[in-house]
Structures are given as structure tokens and as C-alpha cells.
Design a binder for this molecule. Structure first.
Ligand SMILES: Cc1cc2nc3c(=O)[nH]c(=O)nc-3n(C[C@H](O)[C@H](O)[C@H](O)COP(=O)(O)OP(=O)(O)OC[C@H]3O[C@@H](n4cnc5c(N)ncnc54)[C@H](O)[C@@H]3O)c2cc1C
Length: 445
């Protein structure tokens, strides 16, 4: 059977290296157009990425540091968010033990290239047609390729038609990226009760008057991204506030910034039986909780656990059952909805800034989630919030909270092993507790 991965960005290389490693029996084609640049961002990850990367490359931390400039990420430090605390931390659990990486978007693709075993085709794809059993890929040089399965990782769709849903409760749609060269000493200090915690290192997420700024520290540079809404604020307003932030951090900047617009959306059906959309071509939501690479891994694992083993047993390619496809697509759309509700909720209490952006962001969340098609999911979301508020206050009772988290995590693991997922998207109850108390939602609702 023939499989094509279309796209040479993070999503395309994750898929191509995963299939090369775990399914070498398939005939793999890796297609991209080197004249179409990758988006070049996506450097914060979640812990599962580490496990996945180790299985693919088996490289040590020291080697990854040398190749991809990785630093450890223990979670996200939120500054100036909500109404209660100047700072709070959203950890990976168990606290202080679990971490992920910040990784260079360019270098991770260069590294994964070495683990792809495929026929490489560097050519523009002009059309992709699927009938649910096979996919015909047309190229700009007037040739064609027919495959049994195509994984479409071509980045953002050109237009969002009726096959896509907008995640309108996310209030941002643009980014201004600045990079500062040189090693970064990014120790984050957090005083919680009598505990002084130090993290080396974490992503910082700093609320600003017109949005928020992320910092991603690598060993050779730090990326800063101002995430905002271009319908509310102009680029010059963002630049001015970015300068003010850099002044406050004693940072001198003389580089070339990068401007990006992004849609917050999900495709209704990511898979039709032969064509599977992954990465930014399937869904996107702003990078507040760095969810995109985790979502790509989820998609690639679904291909690996469910699809390819089934394909491997087939004598001839058959159409997959409609019922199975429906369940599969429903699972993925709900997964993205869940991630987007969690991310949108971070804005629910606003920030210390009472500006046009923050007034909009707060009101927009409550107003727009009511438009969610899946009402049951919204109920589930409120139930998860309710249960998150019942755990000890993580900021006032850090030690007790850590102990409860350790216990909860154990329970969640046993629940997972028993096959009943108790998570909301990729989030556990402690995440809701930390963010809920962090922004002041649980204290004020
Ligand atoms: C500001 C910002 C910050 C982000 N931060 C994070 C983060 O911290 N963590 C995270 O997980 N994610 C983050 N993301 C998401 C990130 O973009 C994705 O994780 C990741 O880059 C996936 O991109 P992709 O591979 O789907 O698409 P792209 O990088 O756009 O790659 C598309 C590929 O398809 C090829 N292609 C396109 N059209 C054609 C064609 N017609 N023919 C042939 N080839 C074609 C291109 O050549 C390219 O190789 C962020 C996104 C933004 C906007």
C-alpha cells in the first residue's frame, strides 16, 4: 500500500518519521514544495512530545540540546492574568518532575528528516482528490500520484468554507514575533505561601494591554511573540507596547520581526477514509497553552494505532465503515473543542489591564461559547470547572495541592488503563484547579 505525507513542516515531518519508524512495510512518499515556507513557529511542547521523540530518535538530552537547542519546560508562568494574582504557574504533573521541551522549529524538522525513509518529491501539489478509498495527488509539473492514504499537512487552509468551524471564543488572531540571539538565563521564581520555587526553565505568558507575550527560551536564542487581535489593535500599537515591554526587561532589539495572522478553527471531518488532515491544515488555536504539537501527535498516533494496523491486514483496499469514520471524526472535533474551551477560559477573568482588548476578550468568551454546536460538551466543561474548584487552592496550599495532584494523577492513570478517559481534551483536573485559582475564577464565581 502507498501512503503519502504532504507537507514539510513540523506536522509533515512528525507524520513521515512516525510512519518510517513504526510502519516500514508501507511504500511512503514524502511530498512538499521547498518554495513554500513552513510557518516557522511552534517551539513549546507538552510532555508527551519527549516520549515520542525518544522513541523516534533515541537521542539523549545533551544531543538534543546540541542539535535543536532544547531547554526544559516545567510548565507556563502566567503573569498579570486574571484578577487575583500577579503570577501563577500551570505545571506539568507531577510538579517539578514532569517536563517537556522548548525546541527550535527549524532544527527539529532538520533532525526528523534523518529518520524519514521515503521517496521524496519536492514539487508543488496543485490538487488533492479523494473518493474515500484512494487519493489522487496532482503536481504542478502535470504528473499525478495515486495513493491509498494521504496525510495532508499543508498548513493553514486558504479559505474556511462550510467544512470548517470557527472557534470564535478565542479572542486573538495575529502574532508579532521577535527573536533575541544568545543563551538565555531564564530562571523563573515563584513564591507560593512559604515556598520559593525556581524553574529552569518555563514558558512565560505575560498579559499586556493589547494581548499577551510568550517567551520561549532556547540555548541559542529566545523567541518573544505578541499575540493580539488585529481587528482591535494596529501593528504600530503592538510594536510600541512590545518596545515598552523590552525596555522593562532591559532587552535591546535590532532584528527583523515576523508578522503572522492566524485563524482559530477546526475542520469538521479530518478523515474521509483516505485523506487525513493533520497539523495546521486540520485545526488551529492560538498558542497560549502550546497545544498544536500535542494535537499532531494525537492524530499521528490515531493513524498508527487504528488505521495502519487495519490497512496492513487488508488484501485489497476497502472503504471504511461510515459509522467508524463518524466516531473518529467526532472524537477529533471534540478534542479540539475541548482544548479551545480550556484556552478561551484563560480570558474569562480578564487581566490587570482594562483595555479594549481585554474587555472584548472577557465578554467574547462567555458570549461565543453559547454558540458551540455541541451543548453536551459545554455542560461537561462546566462540570469539569466545578470539580476543579473542589481541589485545594494551589497557590495558598501548594504542598497539599502537590500531594493531591500526585494522587489524582495516579487515579487518572489507572482510569486510563481501564480505558475510560477522564480527561477534558489533554487536560487533567489539576490543570483546571491551577488555572481556575490562578485567574481568580474559582474565588469569584
Ligand atoms: C504565533 C504562533 C505560535 C505557535 N506556538 C506554538 C507552540 O508553542 N507550540 C505548538 O505546539 N504549536 C505552536 N504553534 C503552532 C505551529 O504552527 C504548529 O505546531 C506547527 O508549526 C505545524 O505546522 P504545519 O506543519 O501544520 O504547517 P506548516 O509549517 O505551514 O508547513 C506546511 C508545509 O506544507 C508545504 N506545502 C504547503 N502547500 C503546499 C503545496 N501546494 N504543495 C506542496 N507542499 C505544500 C509547505 O512547503 C510546508 O512544508 C504556533 C503557531 C503560531 C501562529
Amino acid at each position: 500500500m502507498k501512503i503519502a505525507v504532504i507537507g514539510g513542516g513540523t506536522a509533515g515531518y512528525i507524520a513521515a518519521s512516525h510512519i518510517s519508524k513504526h510502519f516500514p512495510q508501507f511504500d511512503l512518499y514524502h511530498i512538499y514544495d521547498s518554495n513554500i515556507p513552513t510557518i516557522g513557529v511552534g517551539e513549546g511542547t507538552t510532555p508527551y512530545f519527549l516520549e515520542w521523540l525518544e522513541r523516534i530518535t533515541n537521542l539523549s538530552y545533551a544531543e538534543l540540546e546540541k542539535r535543536c537547542h532544547v531547554t526544559r519546560k516545567f510548565g507556563i508562568s502566567f503573569e498579570n492574568w486574571g484578577v487575583e494574582h500577579e503570577k501563577f504557574f500551570h505545571h506539568f504533573y507531577p510538579i517539578g518532575e514532569q517536563y517537556s521541551y522548548h525546541v527550535s522549529a527549524r532544527e527539529i524538522v532538520n533532525l526528523l528528516q534523518e529518520y524519514v525513509c521515503a521517496t521524496q518529491i519536492d514539487c508543488q501539489v496543485t490538487d488533492v482528490k479523494s473518493d474515500g478509498i484512494s487519493v489522487n495527488i496532482a503536481f504542478a509539473n502535470h504528473t499525478n500520484l495515486e495513493v491509498d492514504l494521504a496525510i495532508d499537512a499543508r498548513g493553514f487552509p486558504k479559505t474556511l468554507d462550510e467544512n470548517y468551524v470557527k472557534l470564535s471564543w478565542i479572542p486573538t488572531n495575529a502574532a508579532l514575533i521577535r527573536q533575541i540571539p544568545g543563551a538565555n538565563d531564564n530562571i523563573i521564581e515563584l513564591k507560593i505561601g512559604s515556598d520559593l520555587l525556581k524553574y529552569q526553565s518555563a514558558t512565560r505568558s505575560i498579559a499586556r494591554p493589547h494581548g499577551w507575550i510568550f517567551t520561549i527560551p532556547l540555548t541559542n536564542r529566545t523567541s518573544y511573540g505578541y499575540i493580539y487581535n488585529r481587528n482591535i489593535n494596529s501593528v504600530s500599537e503592538i510594536e510600541a507596547d512590545f518596545d515598552e515591554f523590552f525596555d522593562s526587561e532591559a532587552i535591546t532589539y535590532a532584528g527583523q520581526p515576523k508578522h503572522l495572522n492566524f485563524p482559530n478553527f477546526t475542520v469538521r471531518n479530518c478523515f474521509d477514509g483516505a485523506l487525513f488532515k493533520i497539523g495546521n491544515s486540520a485545526s488551529f488555536l492560538e498558542p497560549l497553552e502550546a497545544t498544536a504539537i500535542g494535537c499532531i501527535l494525537k492524530q499521528v498516533e490515531a493513524i498508527g494505532y487504528w488505521l495502519l494496523p487495519a490497512f496492513a491486514k487488508l488484501e485489497t483496499r476497502e472503504k471504511l465503515a461510515e459509522k467508524d469514520l463518524k466516531v473518529f471524526n467526532q472524537y477529533f472535533i471534540n478534542y479540539v473543542y475541548k482544548m479551545s474551551l480550556f484556552v478561551g477560559w484563560h480570558y474569562a477573568m480578564g487581566s490587570r489591564f482594562h483595555t479594549k482588548f481585554w474587555e472584548f476578550a472577557k465578554a467574547n468568551f462567555y458570549q461565543e461559547i453559547e454558540n458551540l454546536e455541541n451543548k453536551k460538551l459545554l455542560e461537561e466543561f462546566y462540570e469539569v470547572l466545578e470539580s476543579g474548584s473542589k481541589s485545594p487552592h494551589p497557590i495558598e496550599n501548594f504542598r497539599e495541592f502537590s500531594l493531591t495532584v500526585a494522587k489524582t494523577e495516579k487515579n487518572i492513570l489507572s482510569v486510563l488503563i481501564e480505558g475510560i478517559p477522564k480527561l477534558f481534551g489533554q487536560w487533567t483536573k489539576p490543570s483546571f484547579t491551577e488555572v481556575g485559582y490562578g485567574i481568580g475564577y474559582f474565588d469569584h464565581k
